[in-house]
Ligand binder design. Structure first.
Ligand code: AMP
Length: 281
């Protein structure tokens, strides 16, 4: 496995793979890999002849006062884990390589980014779509892999690819969880022992809400109030948002019908965690 830091060299490697007739799978990440990331890499390896893992903590998607500086980084550890999945190349550019002085072009997907994390993290998705569009242009993947863990991000990237006629498949993979139900996340590393013990309440509450819907409850306000109450009962949890939305266009749902996304963001101390579930009715 090779680690490449500059755009000219990765383009060269891509050109060689194309000449050999190889298909290319891209897994964009911010690194500090866990099983969630590795599941994307394994799928990419199964579907493509060349697998590229990008690792880039993208300053553009962090707001003022967010955790850009503290975000965990471990390229050596990541490389060891990625190699075991059969990944061929890690592309780990510097900030200067991606955004040289005078950089001025941004990609913005409207509407889908208005609510949920878009509302509580202004500018976040503009940063995400800009960097992912750049990665797509640099790597020209046949397929790119994203996790359902970031449900809104997954829809936003799919929409960007469609709207801008990008010639690739955007593949969404299921959420990988710890044994206690907590969604795997690089940010779990920030949690204190007590916060980590309390965090699975998010998954448990989402499962409870889904089962209430499955057994006939259709009123989103009632479901939301119950989730709110359950999470508020945990003294270490501070709710950022709880949203019940149409799973395809993220518009608010009043009466639940069709595929519905229940998504939430909750702070445990200084750590903001997100989780979600899709309920098919
Ligand atoms: P990140 O490094 O957090 O930006 O995540 C990189 C990719 O991995 C994104 O597409 C995430 O949705 C995905 N991902 C993160 N956590 C998980 C998880 N627990 N299960 C599945 N995919 C995940």
């Amino acid at each position: 496995m090779e680690i490449i830091h500059d755009i000219a060299s990765i383009k060269q490697a891509i050109k060689k793979a194309r000449q050999a007739g190889h298909t290319i799978g891209l897994v964009p990440t911010m690194g500090y890999l866990h099983e969630g990331h590795l599941s994307l890499l394994r799928q990419a390896r199964a579907d493509n002849q060349l697998v590229i893992l990008s690792i880039f903590v993208n300053p553009l998607q962090f707001g003022v006062g967010e955790d850009y500086e503290e975000y965990p980084r471990d390229l050596t550890g990541d490389a060891a884990q990625a190699e075991k999945t059969g990944c061929h190349i890690i592309f780990a550019p510097t900030v200067k390589e991606m955004y040289p002085q005078g950089y001025n072009t941004f990609v913005d997907v409207e509407k889908l980014t208005d609510g949920l994390c878009g509302a509580s993290r202004p500018g976040h998705f503009r940063g995400v779509t800009t960097v992912v569009a750049k990665l797509f242009n640099i790597v020209t993947p046949d397929r790119a892999y994203f996790g359902q863990k970031d449900a809104q991000q997954a829809l936003v990237i799919q929409k960007m690819a469609r709207d801008l006629n990008m010639d690739l498949d955007v593949i969404i993979m299921p959420i990988i969880r710890e044994d206690d139900g907590q969604a795997m996340s690089s940010r779990n590393a920030y949690l204190s022992h007590e916060e980590r013990k309390a965090a699975p309440i998010l998954n448990h509450t989402l499962i409870q809400a889904a089962s209430q819907i499955q057994t006939g409850e259709r009123d989103a306000t009632t479901i939301r109030a119950q989730i709110f109450q359950a999470i508020s009962a945990e003294p270490l949890a501070a709710i950022d948002y709880i949203s019940i939305v149409d799973a395809t266009d993220l518009t608010d749902v009043i009466k639940i019908k069709g595929p519905t996304l229940i998504a939430l963001a909750v702070r445990f101390g200084k750590t903001r965690l997100i989780d979600n579930i899709i309920v098919e009715v």
